[in-house]
Write a protein that binds this ligand. Structure first.
Ligand SMILES: [Fe+2]
Ligand SMILES: [Fe+2]
Length: 383
């Protein structure tokens, strides 16, 4: 039985209302002395530990109430737990295999700096999505595909489409020229060109039943906001929950919270990647580790999402090419393109050595990906 199946099979069997409330609010702190809660959560932790293989080496770095957090993630949604563990595993493997242009292994580069430890990075990776437990399941487990959201966007009036794009521009601080709003064609062409996801535009209410809309409104979420915007809250919630896992004076714990709080870069300027195309170092990787390490988590996160066959919106594992393209596309949104190329290179080289038979179209797509990677790697960092 795979670990994934084990996690799925060992479903939480406690139907305790208090624990349910706790899961949906993420309030750990207040439960510290509640005996009933302690008994319930201990049982959950034991079940979780027996479902997780030792190969994850979690014992090396998990601390304090981390197991409790993982047990709550599993109770919230076993897919999210599996995603969290896998993101960490991908990250750990990658940083041990990536060779930087100066010949150093990435893990050595990370260990040479003193701002964050390797174990803090692993903790942040495992716990990066813990904030999702505070978001209503109707939002986080939305099953509507991106194509259907796109169709919903197109069905709306031009006035409504303009309102939604202007709103996104305001939220993300995007500078959109006025002529984009001139006609429906120019607006849709802009969205297409900039690869703006319809999940950032269409109100979530357009994909819910009336009672569901009421339910999320009651939980304090505005149903006029798009799914993608509502989900963004989880990044900050993750930091809030991680801070509660240990004493507020635990500086290591605070550093882990900081790393997790930027795993999507939502709170940061989206033009960051453009303004910092490479970096100040000869490696073209930022020496600001509070900026750089969350990017490693982000890449592992995207890679896991693309490889996972468990995602609601995707049936079966995405093809390699689709995965590479998705990762490259995200390099426009805050992840250093040079480092994205460094990240992709070992897997591309492996694929090339395998001499897998591909169709002419796939060969063409792969060639384009190789060219992008090479282009990034050859760019000279600014002096
Ligand atoms: Fe996330
Ligand atoms: Fe994630």
């Amino acid at each position: 039985m795979t670990e994934e199946e084990k996690i799925e099979q060992t479903q939480p069997d406690l139907i305790d209302k208090e624990l349910e409330i706790l899961v949906s609010t993420g309030q750990f702190e207040s439960q510290g002395s509640n005996i009933e809660y302690k008994v319930l959560i201990s049982a959950e932790i034991e079940k979780l530990k027996s479902a997780i293989e030792k190969s994850h080496k979690l014992g090396e770095f998990l601390k304090g109430r981390d197991w409790e957090a993982l047990a709550l993630i599993r109770r919230f949604d076993s897919k999210t737990l599996y995603h969290s563990l896998n993101t960490y595993s991908i990250l750990r493997n990658k940083i041990h295999e990536i060779v930087l242009p100066d010949g150093r292994l990435l893990i050595d580069y990370i260990n040479e700096q003193e701002e964050f430890t390797e174990h803090e990075l692993y903790r942040a990776a495992v716990l990066h999505d813990v904030g999702k437990i505070k978001i209503p399941s109707l939002i986080i487990n939305n099953v509507i595909s991106r194509d259907r959201w796109k169709a919903k966007f197109k069905q709306q009036s031009f006035e409504e489409q303009k309102r939604q794009l202007r709103r996104l521009a305001e939220i993300d601080g995007l500078d959109i020229p006025e002529h984009v709003y001139a006609t429906q064609e120019s607006l849709e062409a802009f969205i297409e060109e900039k690869k703006i996801s319809p999940t950032l535009l269409v109100p979530i209410a357009n994909g819910l039943f009336p009672d569901e809309i009421e339910s999320i409104r009651e939980q304090g979420y505005d149903p006029d906001l798009p799914l993608g915007i509502l989900v963004r809250c989880h990044e900050q919630y993750s930091a809030e929950i991680i801070r509660q896992l240990s004493d507020e004076n635990d500086s290591s714990n605070n550093r882990v919270a900081e790393l997790a709080s930027h795993h999507h870069n939502y709170g940061r300027d989206k033009t960051f990647a453009e303004q910092n195309p490479a970096s100040t170092t000869s490696l073209a990787i930022s020496e600001n580790f509070a900026e750089f390490l969350p990017q490693i988590i982000a890449l592992a996160d995207i890679q896991e999402a693309m490889e996972s066959s468990l995602r609601n919106y995707r049936k079966g594992p995405a093809k390699q090419i689709e995965k590479f393209n998705e990762i490259i596309m995200r390099a426009d949104t805050g992840i250093n393109p040079f480092f994205t190329a460094v990240w992709l290179k070992p897997e591309l080289d492996f694929l090339e050595k395998q001499h897998t038979v591909v169709s002419p179209d796939e060969a063409k797509a792969l060639k384009k990906i190789y060219a992008w990677v090479e282009d990034q790697l050859n760019k000279k960092p600014p002096k």
